[in-house]
Ligand binder design. Structure first.
Ligand code: CP
Length: 306
């Protein structure tokens, strides 16, 4: 491995940085961690999770992953930090590194906020992207891939629909690229005004009623009200569900083996009928559980390359 490759793998900012073989290795490692229930020990390493946007799953499952590996986890609250005095993200990370932090997980509203950090010759700690604006959410993508792999054992020839708030979703961005690369056929569905022609590189748009009985995976996206303007938000809860969501009638038309996924938080009764969130074909809770193992695999990978 060259020095440049090793430097690249010291951080985890996008799944695009990995080839298919490396991604499959990470998925299989995460599945093994889940099956075996024991994890590499990094008791001498320090982690900090800097979440500048709200999070429950990503924040707490990174923390759970770090603690399962015995890491020392420092608390960070943006509202009580010197960020409030105008300190930049770069200077914040430089400070955390100086006091001995090895791993910094960051969620930030700025797209590709991590570029300045990973390009700097002065930043040696590992940067892990917990979501950058409407850019990418690679750890979510890895846990989604893990969940599909557990179900089907491969991505070749799977038919996968990504449904809903496509333009605002960093989960959709990461997933459409990697799933196509791994051999799946991708479809898009949801309000047409939330579909961008650039997605044609990865799949085709269709109505949910044309896709519902043929796909293996129905990957729902959260309607991201916080990123919408008033004119985007023209759907009532029930209108959205009836036109674009998983109703009881649509769930009944799905293939027997097909699964429903959603990165959560779920708008119950909007993307999916409330009581279907926990139905037999839903893998929404499994995704949350897998998030811990996928993140253990991510942290193990970046720390091994330091
Ligand atoms: N799926 C996801 O990113 O959830 P959180 O915003 O709660 O982390």
């Amino acid at each position: 491995m060259t020095l440049v490759q090793a430097k690249k793998l010291r951080h985890f900012v996008s799944l695009e940085q990995y080839d298919n073989h490396e991604i499959m290795n990470m998925i299989k490692t995460a599945v093994d961690f889940k099956r075996q229930g024991h994890f590499p020990s990094y008791a001498d390493k320090y982690a900090i999770n800097c979440f500048f946007e709200q999070s429950t799953r990503t924040h707490k499952s990174f923390e759970m992953a770090e603690r399962r590996m015995g890491m020392q986890v420092l608390d960070f609250q943006p509202s009580m930090s010197s960020v409030k005095k105008g300190e930049s993200l770069y200077d914040t990370v430089l400070t955390l590194q100086a006091i001995g932090v090895d791993l910094v997980v960051i969620r930030h509203s700025e797209e590709a906020y991590y570029t300045k950090l990973i390009d700097s010759e002065h930043i040696n700690c590992s940067i892990v992207n917990g979501g950058d604006g409407a850019g990418q959410h690679p750890s979510q993508s890895l846990l989604d891939l893990m969940t599909i792999y557990e179900e089907y054992g491969s991505f070749e020839n799977l038919e996968i629909a990504i449904a809903g708030d496509l333009t605002h979703s960093r989960v959709a961005n990461s997933n459409m690229q990697i799933l196509k690369r791994l051999g799946a056929t991708i479809y898009f569905t949801g309000p047409q005004e939330w579909y961008d022609p650039s997605f044609e590189e990865y799949g085709t748009y269709s109505s949910i009623d044309k896709l519902i009985d043929k796909v293996d995976v129905m990957m729902l996206l959260r309607v991201q009200h916080e990123r919408h303007t008033d004119s985007d938000n023209r759907f009532s809860k029930n209108t959205y569900l009836q036109k674009y969501g998983i109703t009881f009638e649509r769930e009944a038309r799905m293939k027997q083996s097909a699964i429903i996924m959603h990165p959560a938080p779920v708008n119950r009764g909007v993307e999916i009928e409330d009581s279907l969130v926990e139905c037999g074909r839903s893998r929404i809770v499994t995704q949350m559980e897998n998030g811990v193992y996928a993140r253990i695999a991510i942290i193990d990978s970046v720390l091994k390359h330091r």
